[in-house]
Design a protein around this ligand. Structure first.
Ligand code: PMT
Length: 222
């Protein structure tokens, strides 16, 4: 019945938003609640996988019964993922990772001075891109959070980051993206659209996505 399609597989899921510190009391983050990644971790475990969840800032604690590790910055998330990367079979990057971080993190609270202030930002490590470069047998799934030209940007990320699948979500659509209990996603591989899912719970998106991945990992055509 396909319920245990991921039996014996080691799965890493990332979720939530990274926290990039400005000073001891301030940071940059984003709207990720962690729900999409939590749903993936639960579904993978139900399908028989050994799951390690690596999460940044989330609105609620990770689901009970999941082996979870909390991290803060993109750099911390990268290190945590690397510790598990070599023996993993499937990696799903549902986390919303900051693209930029403050060039410097002040060690004491920055005091108010002039009428304007400028914060210099520098690029963070692109975790997914690094994984794509060092991939051996792992099946790699990225997400693409877009507000416009969803398909074009998603396909670009798929190719650039060397993913096996990319899951595009238009985060401006009602019932999709950040914080909602539902999502609307399109799954692409290098050949084009694999599945266009109508609005459904993040739990159901997770089950369907993992079913596609498991079949491909087991060498079955979709
Ligand atoms: O957590 P929820 O509230 O449930 O919301 C779910 C979600 C909208 C966060 C999720 O569905 C989603 O789209 N996650 C990806 C968010 C994102 O960072 O997208 P992106 O298009 O900026 O990045 C593309 C991919 O590269 C992502 O897999 C991301 O994890 C990865 N990335 C990005 C930047 C970076 N420095 N390192 C990365 O690994």
């Amino acid at each position: 019945d396909g319920a245990k399609l991921l039996e014996g597989k080691k799965v890493i899921v990332t979720s939530g938003g990274t926290i990039e510190r400005i000073d001891p009391v301030r940071y940059i983050t984003n709207d990720s609640s962690g729900k999409m990644g939590f749903a993936l971790a639960k579904a993978a475990q139900q399908m028989g996988a050994t799951v390690h969840l690596i999460h940044g800032h989330t609105d609620s604690p990770p689901p009970a019964g999941i082996d979870a590790e909390a991290v803060q910055s993109a750099e911390d998330m990268y290190e945590a993922v690397l510790r598990h990367w070599k023996d993993s079979d499937l990696v799903i990057k549902a986390a919303a990772v900051a693209d930029y971080r403050p060039a410097e993190t002040a060690s004491s609270k920055i005091k108010k001075k002039g009428d304007t202030m400028t914060l210099e930002l520098v690029k963070t490590v692109d975790i997914l891109e690094q994984l794509g470069k060092s991939k051996t047998n792992q099946f790699l799934i990225g997400f693409a959070a877009e507000t416009h030209e969803v398909e074009a940007f998603a396909k670009d990320k798929l190719v650039r980051k060397n993913c096996d699948l990319i899951v595009a979500n238009d985060v401006t659509a009602e019932g999709a993206g950040f914080r909602s209990d539902t999502n609307i996603v399109q799954v692409y591989d290098a050949g084009g659209i694999v599945e266009q899912m109508p609005v459904m719970s993040k739990d159901e998106v997770a089950r369907r996505l993992l079913t596609i991945a498991a079949r491909r990992m087991n060498g079955e055509a979709n």
